[in-house]
Design a protein around this ligand. Structure first.
Ligand SMILES: [Zn+2]
Length: 135
């Protein structure tokens, strides 16, 4: 149970990191485009060709065209969002079916997840249920 929770947390962190990295990449591209816009007659139709022609030096003279940075940024955000969505989904899925016991009437019933408080479907008491079995 603890392991599952930790994995979901790291998935959440990974998704967040991917999104932030993608946003930073897009911000860099936008910044370059903004600098370009301030020195020339910049129109929106020009942006596409500019992305394809302008190189951004990466390291050691290795340059990539801005379009690749844009694509990478979008990809990172997409992957990050998917990872976030999956870790979020994992959270609701981890609320597996549990067997609860009412401390008053000792009846058992199944519920989708363990809640702090629940109403006993047998005696209608508002109780703090005891989890007897996880399935
Ligand atoms: Zn009861």
């Amino acid at each position: 149970m603890k392991k599952v929770l930790r994995r979901e947390k790291s998935g959440y962190a990974l998704g967040l990191i991917l999104c932030v990295a993608g946003l930073i990449l897009l911000a860099v591209v936008l910044w370059k485009a903004w600098l370009h816009a301030s020195v020339s007659q910049f129109v929106l139709e020009d942006l596409w060709s500019y992305l394809w022609t302008e190189q951004l030096d990466f390291a050691f003279g290795v340059g990539f065209k801005l379009i690749y940075f844009t694509m990478l940024g979008v990809l990172l955000i997409v992957f990050g969002t998917v990872t976030l969505a999956l870790s979020q989904k994992g959270f609701t899925l981890s609320g597996e079916t549990v067997m609860l016991t009412c401390p008053y009437c000792k009846n058992h019933w199944k519920t989708s997840r363990a809640k702090g408080w629940a109403e006993c479907p047998h005696c209608r008491q508002f109780i703090q249920p005891q989890v007897t079995k996880r399935s």
